[in-house]
Design a protein around this ligand. Sequence first.
Ligand SMILES: *Cc1c(COP(=O)(O)O)cnc(C)c1O
Length: 393
Amino acid sequence: MNSDEIKALDQQYVMQTYRRNPLAIDHGKGAVLWSPEGKEYIDFTSGIGVCSLGCANEAWANAIYQQAMKVGHISNLFYTEPYAKLASKLVPAAGMKAAFFGNSGAEANEGMIKTARKWSFEKYGEGRATIITLRNSFHGRTITTLKATGQDHFHEYFFPFTEGFRYAQANDLASLEAASGDDVCAVMMELVQGEGGVNPLEKDYVQSVAKLCAEKDWLLLIDEVQTGVGRTGSLFAYQQFGVEPDVATFAKGIAGGLPFGGFLVGEKCRTVLRAGDHGSTFGGNPIAAAAGCVVLDTILADGFLEKVQEKGQYLRERIAAMESPYVTGIRGMGLMLGVGVQGMKHSELKDKLLEAGLLALTAGKDTLRLLPPLTITREELDRGLAIMEKVMK
Ligand SMILES: *Cc1c(COP(=O)(O)O)cnc(C)c1O
């Protein structure tokens, strides 16, 4: 089928909940993708930060095949080796105590919220379940995580939402203090706001929040669904901010393209969720966990994360040096970068890049978001940058 035929079927039979690009992707290798028509694209999106090892990574594909031929699914009523192995790699490297495995970012955040509320209920009783989140955040699309998301336009239509969320301004400790109260059990935040516009929090602010949490006995909940698993140049972004979360979620990049998400708990929350409190039929599926082991082995290998930092720095420098009337600046961490756009809608710029052969994302109101595969080569970066230079002039 060609792109138009695929698009026609989709438009007839699929709910049109996405503003899809007018293009089908047929296959790829690394950071290069091809349409069914054979047109070549450089990928600065990695499927929204999911394909951490790029497209069609051989070790990843082999692990998936091998595991599918052993046992593809058995449920959480039994132990499997990839599941236990993945947890044993992830937990110590993250400096945490235990993991729970589910399937997506929103589900991971739901589990983190449940953990915080149960912890507080067991210690303090009822009436202390409110979680403070930040303006401009994004935490998912379930009824609860929509409400946790600090953007008003996500709080329409689907009433009633889950109660117990208040919002504070990012990088503003006074705003957080103003939102505090006896009903609060936790603060939840992304360290680089992703969908909200690639806005990194200030290190001082994050450390002050951690201090305030310690003073008030609030839990520090970090949503690393987008920032986690090497994206910012460390396994988790909190490792660069010098804070230790009580619970941290991950999802997008963990299994390199298969659906997988989960959360990690520190000592305080180590035993909060017990048998029967939480679960997931597909969670920790052995095929996805085997894929996750390959991703972790790759990114935790000597020098890999330093290279992510170097590649991010290289991208920043090259983009900062572009003489474009449309670029206002570049921000972010590692290979999670936001380019400020002026004089054109960010989506229009994204469309022009696509036409010229580069896949990019948008974020917030005026930001072009770049999330290339962590394994992207210098040559692939240069090809993508050349397209940007041409289009942005
Ligand atoms: C993508 C994202 C989510 C939601 O993840 P899903 O897998 O789409 O449910 C939650 N939080 C952050 C920070 C994200 O970037």
